[in-house]
Design a binder for this molecule. Structure first.
Ligand code: FAD
Ligand code: EPU
Length: 284
């Protein structure tokens, strides 16, 4: 396949958490045609494959032999009235900043959510009461067979930290629909969120955001905190003393440290509160 690719890249370099083994095959298509050729070839050969974005919601537990595709489309956005088009490989925080600079309001919530636009779409990432689907006008994706679809979101396709893209689909890009806003008010909201995040989350240590989903009506972080787990460590994997739902890599953590720490946290919360925490991070 005439698609740029690299061999044997450590996941420490591909993820924000910085653990995991080696990515044996990393395909980096530079446009939609290359991405489509890759998916079609995998479908034809019956080969499994995985999609990587910014690696900010991933806990990789070992080597990955399955081909991994990471889109590397030209980083260009386009505004049409109140709509902004962005490729899936575009930075999510960057898109939030761009739209704010255009005087468009609606993506302030995303100003501190790292990773790619495609990853945000897949995870239906959100914060402060808003999530990706709230601003989503249309999106483009490849089906598992490699057919290209562009559509508006429909009920059932996006829920709290979940989307139907997980079922083998690859997001190629999206269009957000925003509102005309007052630049001063937009900047003030971004600054308010930045401060909130800075005081409650351990942004100076390697992490993958919140590790567990919030159970309905509960905060996983608060439950982990109330279970007395803040500061609990397995090797260099630690329950952040700042926020219970952030598990951080103090420097030399291994994948098995994280596997063990996640298991211990789930066990303690189950014993203490009878609540089964479900991972929010993707585990490879
Ligand atoms: P990755 O981690 O690369 O992948 C995550 C999943 O998305 C994988 O299953 C992958 O296969 C899939 N995926 C990636 N790209 C595509 C694509 N193009 N098509 C289909 N599937 C794809 N998340 C929140 O929701 N709210 C927050 O407030 C938040 N805060 C965070 C703060 C910090 C400091 C960090 C490190 C993370 C935080 N996160 C938060 C988690 C994470 O940033 C989001 O889930 C983000 O949207 C993941 O995007 P990514 O590109 O890094 O995805
Ligand atoms: N709390 C504690 N102890 C802790 C952590 C939190 O008591 O260790 C309390 C807080 O004081 C607050 C409540 O729990 O009263 C909720 O905490 P917070 O506002 O930090 O929100 P959260 O529910 O823990 C969610 C998302 C975050 C998102 C924030 C802000 C999930 C799993 N987490 O966190 O998203 O940034 O709200 O909107 O939905 C992510 O998905 O990766 C993520 C970081």
């Amino acid at each position: 396949l005439a698609i740029p690719h690299r061999r044997d890249v450590p996941f420490a370099k591909l993820t924000t958490l910085g653990v995991g083994g080696i990515c044996r095959w990393l395909f980096e298509p530079v446009d939609e045609a290359q991405a489509q050729a890759f998916v079609r070839a995998c479908a034809r050969e019956g080969l499994p494959r995985r999609v990587l974005g910014g690696g900010s919601n991933l806990v990789v537990l070992g080597d990955v032999e399955t081909p991994v595709v990471r889109l590397k489309f030209p980083p260009e956005v386009r505004r049409e009235g109140l709509e902004v088009h962005a490729p899936a490989s575009y930075g999510h925080i960057r898109l939030s900043g761009d739209t704010a600079a255009m005087g468009l309001s609606g993506m302030e919530y995303a100003s501190g959510i790292p990773g790619s636009v495609g990853g945000a779409l897949h995870m239906n990432a959100g914060a402060y009461g808003r999530e990706t689907v709230d601003v989503l006008a249309r999106f483009r994706f490849l089906t598992p067979e490699g057919d290209l679809v562009e559509k508006a979101p429909e009920p059932g396709e996006f829920r709290y930290r979940w989307s139907f893209l997980g079922e083998g689909r690859i997001a190629l890009g999206l269009v957000v629909r925003l509102a005309e806003g007052d630049p001063v008010a937009i900047r003030a909201r971004v600054e308010e969120y930045r401060q909130k995040r800075g005081t409650s989350q351990p942004l100076h240590k390697r992490n993958a955001g919140c590790v567990f989903k919030n159970p309905p009506g509960q905060s996983a972080g608060r439950l982990i905190d109330q279970a007395g787990l803040k500061g609990f460590r397995v090797g260099d994997a630690e329950v952040s003393p700042e926020h219970g739902n952030f598990l951080v890599n103090l420097g030399g953590a291994s994948a098995s440290d994280f596997r063990e720490l996640m298991a211990r946290v789930r066990e303690k919360v189950l014993d203490g509160f009878g609540i089964e925490l479900e991972p929010e991070v993707e585990i490879w």
